[in-house]
Design a protein around this ligand. Structure first.
Ligand code: SAH
Ligand code: SF4
Ligand code: F3S
Length: 478
């Protein structure tokens, strides 16, 4: 297995040299359009791609038709995500007809699979380059070569376990929320999952680099930071033996300023009592750095037989005792989870065990997925694939159950006053504003967009399954 390597300063300098060469080559007025699919890891990667593109002189546009460079950052976790990315990439063919100088690049998890690379090479001749997830730091180089050599480039090896620090990152100016990757890749090989194949092996950033980045975000007014990793609990920096994720959280809570630190995702097999204690010890508070009360703990299935077939390394009872400890030690915690329905051979009885588990935990929210066969994973080759109709029906029953539970959980907040961070204008109803509680619940209220970034006290007037409606009682200036 390959060992992780922190890229040397000279390697990074090489990429900066490519950035200045591209800048000279393209001149002024060029635009970049980035379309992102998938999880927060991909959103974070897109911020890096945009950071590098801006350094090369491109300005961002939200209209693909006006772009001189289009990047599609793809996801491969379910078939639906791949088909969507492919169909969108197909649409950009027309942009190229209008602007023959346009460069189209596809990045992200989908292009780290051999069969997709072959497919795109043959069937999408207007795609100029493919760049795998573990190579995104070489984006300036691949763009330079594509522009100068006038040939297509496919750089897709997923096994290069490198960490690139000090590349430009473009975050939305003035945003109060940010993502910070603490580790990359995954070693768990859950039998349904493509991620370890497309993101390479686990590798952790140095704590000093993470702490420096978080500190500078807090100094710039960011109030909510989510630490990212496929399994943050296996955070293990090479430079500091014995130092793990609880130690990192502890160190981040020593920083000055006010900020809520969240994280995703935490694998139940590795969530230790020590982790729970660190979270318990640092609640979010005025004037302090604290840890979010939202705890995302993917269950996947309530059946021990299916959990074993998924290679999850925990039993339902082990998961439940973890949940009990979390609820006991972190008052007001909001638990959320991921569940897959219709894993190969899942019986009606085993699916009911999942429903029972959901009733026992009473999550605030669940992300439920129909099992999707991923080429090259162990589960794809298993006998007993479940009929699509049965999978759809199980998903509907699970969603109905969770909607009831979410609503019952939220209704308890009606007529109470809760604290929330004001995020800004609502994405769904522009006449409203939104705020987020420390446990991740969304509050809609009528207010002043200039209050974004402040904390406020809200009287909750009405609760639905997925949102709260309230009024702002007062803001707290920080
Ligand atoms: N590393 C994270 C998960 C990343 S993928 C973790 O372990 O929690 C996010 C979610 O997608 C998974 O938790 C799982 O519920 C779902 N998922 C992954 N592969 C899938 C597949 N083949 N079909 C359906 N859902 C899948
Ligand atoms: Fe996929 Fe499992 Fe790794 Fe999560 S822990 S990314 S579900 S293999
Ligand atoms: Fe998708 Fe890759 Fe994330 S497969 S879910 S974008 S790690």
């Amino acid at each position: 297995m390959e060992k992780e390597v922190i890229l040397s300063e000279s390697e990074i300098k090489k990429q900066f040299d490519y950035m200045s060469q591209v800048k000279t080559l393209i001149g002024t007025g060029k635009k970049v359009y980035i379309r992102t699919f998938g999880c927060q890891q991909n959103e974070a990667d897109s911020e890096k791609l945009l950071g590098m593109a801006e350094t090369m002189g491109y300005t961002p546009t939200d209209k693909s038709g006006q772009a001189d460079l289009i990047l599609v950052n793809t996801c491969a976790v379910r078939e639906h995500a791949e088909l969507k990315a492919l169909s969108i990439s197909g649409e950009y063919k027309h942009c190229k007809a209008d602007n023959p100088q346009l460069i189209i690049g596809i990045c992200g998890c989908m292009v780290s699979q051999e069969h997709r690379v072959k497919d795109i090479k043959n069937r999408y001749p207007y795609v100029d380059f493919l760049l795998g997830t573990t190579l995104i730091h070489r984006f300036p180089e691949i763009l330079f070569k594509t522009l100068t050599e006038k040939k297509r480039n496919f750089w897709v090896s997923p096994e290069t376990s490198v960490i690139a620090e000090n590349l430009p990152v473009s975050r939305v100016p003035g945003a109060v929320e940010a993502w910070v990757s603490v580790m990359y890749g995954c070693n768990n090989f859950c039998t349904y999952c493509i991620v370890p194949y497309v993101r390479g092996r686990e590798r952790s950033r140095n704590p000093e680099d993470v702490i420096k980045e978080v500190d500078s975000l807090i100094k710039n007014g960011v109030k909510s930071i989510t630490l990212l990793g496929q399994n943050v609990n296996s955070y293990k920096p090479l430079s500091k033996p014995g130092y793990g994720f609880p130690e990192l959280l502890e160190d981040l809570c020593k920083l000055d300023g006010e900020c809520v630190i969240g994280f995703m995702t935490s694998h139940p097999k590795d969530a230790t009592a020590e982790l729970v204690e660190v979270i318990a010890k640092h609640p979010p508070a005025t004037g302090k750095v604290g840890i979010s009360r939202r705890f995302h703990l993917p269950l996947q299935s309530g059946s021990d037989r299916i959990l074993k077939a998924m290679n999850r390394h925990y039993t339902l009872e082990k998961y439940m005792s973890l949940v009990e400890n979390i609820k006991r030690r972190i008052p007001g915690v909001s638990l959320t989870t991921d569940i897959i329905v219709g894993f190969p051979t899942e019986t009606e009885e085993e699916f009911r065990q999942t429903l029972d588990a959901v009733r026992r935990v009473r999550y605030d929210n669940i992300y439920s997925f129909i099992y999707s066969k991923r080429k090259g994973t162990a589960a794809a080759a298993m006998e007993g694939q479940i009929d699509e109709r049965v999978k759809g029906e199980r998903l509907r029953r699970l969603i109905d159950l969770q909607s009831e539970i979410s609503k019952e959980n939220n209704v308890r907040l009606e007529n109470l006053t809760v604290r929330g961070l004001i995020e800004g204008v609502s994405k769904t109803s522009p006449e409203k504003m939104t705020a987020r509680t420390a446990d991740g619940k969304l509050i809609h209220f009528t207010g002043n967009p200039e209050d974004a970034g402040k904390c406020g006290l809200f009287l909750i007037e009405k609760a639905e399954s997925h949102e709260l409606f309230g009024s702002l009682v007062k803001t707290e200036d920080i």
